[in-house]
Design a protein around this ligand. Structure first.
Ligand code: 26V
Length: 824
């Protein structure tokens, strides 16, 4: 593997062991005589952390000296997973550490699995941000991530009696990867009022005063690149009470309890990650989180810019800020406020700087996920920002009026303010208006936003403001780390691990597609990965599955649009077909294991019902003696990043079956194919580009197209549709109580039968079943299947997040890499 040849490496396993022992005995103050796996993990992590710190400091120093344009990635979510394995692989010293740990009596896998996931995200959006940090560092871009230091990450999911139960994820007990910066703080204001006056020169001045202050404290985490000395920074803000005059007054006047309550209220801001990934509910605390984080991050960015003593017009040449969805949109009025209220710039000059600085990435077209905040709430919490938003809107609407004088009704359509009761601020519109580029995350999605939610804005600004950057994944974590044997096999054919930094090199694998030896090893690796998952399923669920079965996996957040219900209805159909067969015929069918995993938002009853149904079906099918190995159904509890690393390499088929036009991109689809699995999918999100890359013969597409969705919904609305007979039978079986009390599932069945089938499950059901049949047939020809999987892996180079980050850098940020020099 790749090695860093610098003063920071461990040259021998003994050198490594000495460091581990030192940390266990001194940093942790533990005796070596009761050194358990937790201590071995801690010692190993601290030893690697020391290495990272040196390169991290050096990177920051050299970037400061070079003073280049920097990228700031604002994301409320970074779904990082574990850090140790990544740190060992990215620094190229995992092998030495493995040998060293063996001498100390530990197995590397056991030590790695001691670490808790850093689960500061919900799903795809948060994991994308984490992949981006890996690519930014690997490609040597001077970049910072900014987020919140949640005390509780996404909840842990337990399945009790088939139901999801949420357990708080308190993950900070021992986190060697973060560094508190008690000297890096920002005071953030909330509430209060705005006082206006005219100064001596006749200028209108606004002062935001009498607010409440909460202090943001920075916690930094190092982000090492692969095969480079660049180690970038992820800065997480933690909230605490400010120690100003107010609380002293309270304290001294004997209101001790009140002062402690104030402190707790302040700390609540960064306490918990919101576990919704689609439904916007307008909670005040969520808005407070957003402003707290935006204000602290912008203060930090502006402070860094001001050190260089450059003129303000240089700001967009030094700073690119990317908004990961609309969650950080308040950064736009906040920068405008800093420039006009605090730095004394004129409105127009300030606004031009703001627009040049920001880029906005949209990640969803689902109407219920588009953020809106009520005007009275913003008025109360951020009175000055509301004024600025109104001024931005006024200028914008005047511009629209001048340029489109004949289209009067466009004004109310594009207004940032929705004239509802109460009035609402449309954050996506503010993000579009305040940015110089807007992008979607896959071609279809980027086309859709131009023709639906942002149609008017394309007319107003012209098409060039809108672009596409198809998502990607980091091959370091999702191939090298998750599937080390496959990575090694590829390296053996491609002459080393260079492909991990230039994934397009995978295409050279196509010349091995007929190589007997290579095919055999490739197949063995897939089998071994399935054995590993089967072992885990046995341990976790007590279900025995045969690793020779076809492993069919759907793991992702539970949501109606992702259609896990389509999958489980298909499983029930398969079960009924098996029951219909004679025992001899049953022996001839392709055995299959249907594996599910994913969390439902705690208040999302329909998604929770689907989890319950899957678990009930699992109970019935797995214990049915007639069925045996022909069909097993598994729900894996608490799907997260570290479990994904084990699950992804073990698929034969994975399911990406959203209603066409609803899944912006999907990224697990890319991970599964890169690991030698095929996919069944709709023409949605990045499935379309995956098809273009791997070829139509290597993917199982089915279902209606996004352009037909509107019509189909219309037909349902007027009751003008026929329920597919197979689906009808599935529903009948559920209603008869085959999977427990039918009342539990009536809302789910009725959503399709009586309530318009918004996600078009019935329309796609037949096509889905037919395609699953094709898959059973195709899988029987193992040689052809293997050819398809190898060919697909060879054609996945496009989906590296490195390609994706280079596109952002060139089209949106206009930033260049800074090569960090080492010290030998
Ligand atoms: C929305 C909301 C709404 C308010 C409550 C909290 C919350 C948290 C997250 C979100 C984001 C929803 C959008 C999202 O996650 N999109 C996913 O982004 C992936 C990366 O681009 C993409 O692959 C998925 O297709 C897309 O669903």
């Amino acid at each position: 593997a790749w090695r860093k040849y610098s003063a920071q490496e461990f040259k021998t396993k003994d050198e490594f062991d000495a460091e581990v022992v030192k940390h266990i005995e001194t940093t942790l103050a533990r005796s070596l005589f009761n050194c358990d796996e937790a201590a071995a993990y801690a010692g190993t992590a601290l030893a690697f952390r020391d290495r990272l710190i040196i390169e991290w400091n050096r990177t920051q120093q050299q970037q400061t000296n070079a003073d280049p344009k920097r990228v700031y990635y604002l994301s409320l979510e970074f779904l990082m997973g574990r850090a140790l394995d990544n740190a060992m692989l990215n620094t190229g010293m995992k092998d030495i550490a493995s040998e060293g740990l063996k001498d100390l009596g530990f197995r590397m896998e056991d030590v790695i699995s001691q670490e808790r996931d850093a689960a500061l995200g919900n799903g795809g959006l948060g994991r994308l941000a984490a992949c981006f940090l890996d690519s930014l560092a690997t490609l040597n871009y001077p970049a910072w991530g900014y987020a919140l230091r949640y005390r509780y990450g996404i909840f842990k999911q337990e399945i009790i009696d088939g139901y999801q139960v949420e357990i708080p994820d308190y993950w900070l007990d021992f986190n060697p990867w973060e560094f508190p910066r008690h000297d890096v703080t920002v005071d953030v204001q909330f509430y209060g009022n705005v006082r206006k006056y005219t100064d001596d020169s006749g200028k209108q001045i606004s002062v935001w005063e009498n607010g409440e202050i909460v202090t943001a404290v920075a916690y930094d985490a190092p982000i090492p690149g692969y095969g480079t000395k660049t180690t970038n920074n992820l800065r997480l803000w933690s909230s605490k009470a400010s120690h100003g005059e107010f609380d002293f007054t309270k304290f001294n006047s004997g209101e001790y309890e009140a002062s402690v309550a104030d402190q707790q209220r302040a700390e609540t801001i960064s306490a918990v990650l919101y576990p919704n990934d689609s439904l916007e509910r307008g909670k005040e605390l969520r808005l407070k989180q957003q402003y707290f984080w935006c204000a602290a991050s912008l203060f930090d960015i502006v402070r860094r810019f001001k050190k260089s003593k450059k003129a303000w017009k240089e700001f967009p040449n030094q700073v690119a800020i990317q908004l990961n969805d609309t969650h950080p949109t308040l950064a736009i009025p906040e920068l405008q406020r800093i420039l006009i209220d605090q730095e004394g710039l004129e409105w127009d000059e300030a606004w031009s700087i703001v627009q040049k600085t920001f880029g906005y990435t949209n990640h969803t077209v689902l109407p219920e996920a588009l953020e809106k905040w009520s005007v009275p709430l913003i008025q109360h919490l951020l009175p000055r920002h509301l004024q600025i938003i109104y001024d931005i809107n006024l200028n914008f609407l005047q511009y629209v009026e001048r340029n489109f004088p004949k289209e009067r009704d466009m004004l109310s359509r594009v207004s940032i303010i929705e004239e509802s009761q109460p009035k609402m601020v449309r954050m996506a519109y503010l993000a579009v208006i305040g940015s110089h580029k807007v992008n979607g995350v896959a071609e279809l999605h980027s086309d859709l936003i131009k023709t639906t939610i942002f149609k008017d804005f394309v007319k107003i600004y012209g098409p060039d403001k809108f672009t596409n950057v198809t998502n990607g994944i980091t091959p370091r974590r999702w191939l090298h780390q998750a599937n080390p044997r496959l990575s090694e096999l590829i390296a053996s054919k491609l002459g080393g691990y260079d492909f991990l930094r230039d994934l397009t090199q995978l295409h050279k694998l196509e010349s091995y597609v007929d190589d007997k030896e290579f095919r055999k090893e490739f197949q063995e690796i897939k089998y071994a990965n399935k054995v590993r998952l089967a072992k885990y399923i046995k341990e976790a669920n007590g279900i025995s599955v045969n690793p020779s079965s076809l492993f069919d996996i759907q793991v992702k957040r539970m949501h109606e649009y992702k259609r896990q219900q389509l999958n489980i209805f298909g499983v029930i159909h398969r079960y009924l077909e098996l029951k219909d067969m004679s025992p001899e015929d049953r022996k001839k069918v392709q055995p299959r294991v249907s594996i599910f995993g994913g969390k439902a938002a705690p208040g999302y009853w329909m998604a929770k019902t689907v989890i319950h149904l899957i678990n009930q079906v699992s109970k019935v099918v797995n214990s049915d003696k007639d069925i045996g190995d022909a069909l097993k159904v598994v729900f894996l509890e608490d799907y997260n990043v570290s479990k994904a690393e084990m699950i992804t390499p073990a698929s034969d088929i994975s399911e990406h079956i959203s209603t066409a036009g609803t899944e912006a991109s999907g990224t697990s689809n890319m991970k599964f194919v890169l690991n030698g699995g095929l996919i069944i999918g709709t023409c949605d999100g990045a499935n379309i580009e995956i098809t273009r890359e791997v070829g139509e013969d290597n993917i199982f597409l089915f279902g209606n197209l996004s352009e037909d969705v509107e019509d189909l919904r219309h037909h349902h609305f007027y009751g003008d549709f026929q329920l597919d007979p197979s689906l009808d039978r599935v529903f009948k079986t559920i209603r008869e109580g085959a999977f427990g009390d039918a009342g539990q599932f009536s809302a789910l069945v009725n959503s399709i039968v009586d309530h318009g089938d918004y996600y078009l499950v019935s329309d796609d059901f037949k096509s889905y079943l037919d395609t699953q049949k094709l898959i059973d047939e195709a899988y029987k020809n193992q040689e052809e299947w293997l050819t398809k999987t190898i060919t697909s892996v060879a054609r996945m180079g496009f989906f590296s997040s490195d390609r994706c980050i280079d596109e952002y850098a060139e089209m949106i940020w206009n930033v260049e890499p800074v090569k960090v020099q080492g010290q030998e």
